[in-house]
Structure formats: C-alpha cells, structure tokens
Design a protein around this ligand. Structure first.
Ligand SMILES: NC(=O)c1ccc[n+]([C@@H]2O[C@H](COP(=O)([O-])OP(=O)(O)OC[C@H]3O[C@@H](n4cnc5c(N)ncnc54)[C@H](O)[C@@H]3O)[C@@H](O)[C@H]2O)c1
Length: 308
C-alpha cells in the first residue's frame, strides 16, 4: 500500500513508519520537525518537511495517491494546550481537517487517527474503562483529540471514509523525549543516567502516586499494523494494568541495575489519579493484545538509552 505517516519523525510515528516499510509498504513521512528528528526517519521512506496545516500538506494528500493516512503529527503537550488553546487547535483540529478534506477528494480509503485514552476519558473510578465510558476531556489537548474522533465518525457516515481511532494509554520506549504527554519514563531514565534525584508526585492519600497504564511502543506499533486491515471506530490501546509512580520508579531501577535518590513532591493540579484501559474490543476486532510486560519494556528502553 501507499501510506502517508504524519509525525513520522517523532517517537511513535517513526517506529510505525519503520514497521510499515518492513511490511513492504511504500511510505511517505510528513513532519514539520517541531519535536521530531531527521535521524528517526526510516531511510527507505520518502520525507516531506511541511506543516499539516499547510497548503503543501493538502497538495501532497491530493496528488500522492495514498490509500492510507496514519496520523501521528500533533501538538502533544497538555500544559502547552492549556496556555495556548488556539495554537493546539490549529494543529490538532484544523491540521486534521486539512488532511481529511484533501483525502476525501483524493479518494483515500482509510484514515488511522491517534487519540489519547489517558486524556479523553478524564478521571476514572479505579477500574480500567472500555470505549463506552463517557469521554470527559479536562484539557484543550483532550478536547481537540475528542473533536478529531467525532470528525472521523462524520467522514465515515457522510463520505464513507473508513477510519480507525487508536486511543493510546501512556506510551513509553526508545526515542521518547522527556516532558512530552507521558514522558515520565524518559524523565526517570535521565535521572538514573545522571544520578539526579527523581521526584514522585503524590497526593496525601496515594502514597505511591498516580496510577497509569504504561504501554510499550512495540505493542503500539503492532496495533498500527493491525489497523491497516481491520477495524472501524474507536479502540483503546493499552495493557489494562495500572502502575503507580513509585512502583514504576522501583521497576526502572531494577531494569537499569542502578540506584538514584528520589523525593516526594505534592500532587500537581489537574493530574488524573487513575488511568487504565480495557482493551477487549481491540482484541476482538483488531486481533491485537499487548505482549510486553513492564519489566521487558523498561529493559529494552534502558538498553536503548544507554547507547545514546
Ligand atoms: N506519547 C504518548 O504517551 C501518547 C499518548 C497518547 C497519544 N499520543 C499521540 O501520539 C502521537 C505521537 O506522539 P509522540 O509521543 O510520538 O510525540 P512526538 O512529539 O515525538 O511526535 C509528534 C511528531 O509530529 C510532528 N508534528 C507536530 N506538529 C506538527 C505539525 N503541525 N505538522 C507536521 N508535523 C508536526 C513533530 O515534529 C513530531 O515528529 C500524537 O498524536 C500524540 O498526541 C501519544
């Protein structure tokens, strides 16, 4: 297939683009390099440096003959979206529409859109949620992701454009940069590498800190391979296991075989206390289940980090 991967110079998109190349597809990457890096690009992929909101991006989609767009490009910082919601919507809503409108006229067959299970559901009640749990976005970033999902439903209903929405949990793995949407693993790796103190943010009643569904990027890549052929609609992509920050820190020290000090910080405003995804629908309809456990994933991420 001829596939356009947006954000294909970034942490996750570059590994999806690489897997598509390895599966024999003809891949073009569209990226403005705002956070992505040239060195992440698969050498066999064609690269177009442009913004997803630009006329150049629309022309690429209109004339490129793509059967599939896999859309990873986004403004990814939740705090940045709170400070400047218009800038967030520019990329995450208008950029998406730019691609969809061009794709509709180009007779695109399938659109894979990356949303965020960690963001769109808002606070959960201590059990992994499935896709029927009501969305309650608590940041402009989450609102824009939810809007994207609704636009895709509209293009499916009104224009017959098939789409798969992947609601990722907290993704970690090689190439992740700290301080992104879910950068705690990358931040902790930096602390271990440099012997710096790690801060674990804990509300008084949660001594281990907030709980998150940490999902290895290799599993995320396999979901993107499955979504090329199967599925329609929204799918949670995570492990269903909620790990608190202290347990993550201990697991990481073990994976690294190294120690570093930590301190406890106060809970941060707006931080969701518990987030984990029930992925039974992805298992049933995409034939996808996560395969890496936390210890495996952290060991692979540490091995990569040590080489940097
Ligand atoms: N990392 C996570 O845990 C996580 C969780 C849920 C969803 N996501 C989503 O996954 C996708 C990829 O995230 P990532 O963690 O790999 O981040 P990343 O910053 O490494 O990747 C984003 C890529 O998009 C490019 N980009 C950004 N804005 C662009 C624009 N306007 N035009 C063209 N290119 C642009 C960047 O240069 C970068 O290469 C995003 O859509 C993000 O919202 C990530």
């Amino acid at each position: 297939m001829k596939i356009l991967v947006t954000g294909g110079a970034g942490f996750i998109g570059s590994q999806v683009a690489q897997a598509y190349v390895e599966a024999g597809h003809q891949v073009t990457v569209l990226d403005n390099l705002s956070t992505g890096k040239l060195e992440n690009l698969p050498p066999q992929a064609e690269f177009v440096e442009a913004d997803i909101t630009s006329p150049q991006a629309a022309e690429l989609v209109a004339d490129g003959g793509f059967q599939v767009i896999n859309h990873h490009a986004a403004q990814i910082s939740v705090p940045a979206s709170v400070i400047d919601p218009m800038n967030d919507a520019q990329s995450n809503v208008l950029g998406l529409l730019n691609l969809l409108e061009a794709g509709r006229h180009a007779k695109l067959e399938r659109f894979i859109f990356v949303s965020s299970g960690g963001a769109v559901y808002g606070e959960m009640q201590g059990v992994p949620v499935d896709e029927s749990f009501p969305a309650r976005p608590m940041s402009p970033y989450a609102v824009a992701k939810r809007a994207g999902e609704l636009y895709l439903d509209y293009y499916w209903l009104q224009h017959g454009l098939a789409s798969v929405v992947l609601r990722y949990a907290n993704v970690y793995g090689p190439r992740q940069i700290p301080h992104a949407e879910a950068g705690v693993v990358a931040i902790f790796m930096d602390c271990l590498m440099q012997g710096d103190e790690a801060t674990i943010y804990c509300p008084g009643d949660l001594p281990g800190g907030m709980k998150r569904d940490y999902t290895y990027v290799g599993d995320i890549v396999r979901a993107n391979l499955a979504a090329l052929q199967r599925g329609q609609g929204i799918y949670n992509i995570g492990t269903g296991v909620a790990t608190d920050t202290m347990t993550l820190w201990e697991a990481m020290k073990k994976a690294a075989g190294q120690d570093a000090p930590h301190c406890i910080g106060p809970a941060r405003a707006g931080d969701i206390r518990y987030s984990a995804l029930n992925c039974a629908k992805a298992a049933q309809e995409l034939g996808w289940t996560p395969q890496s456990d936390l210890a495996d994933g952290l060991a692979q991420t540490w091995a990569w980090r040590k080489k940097q």
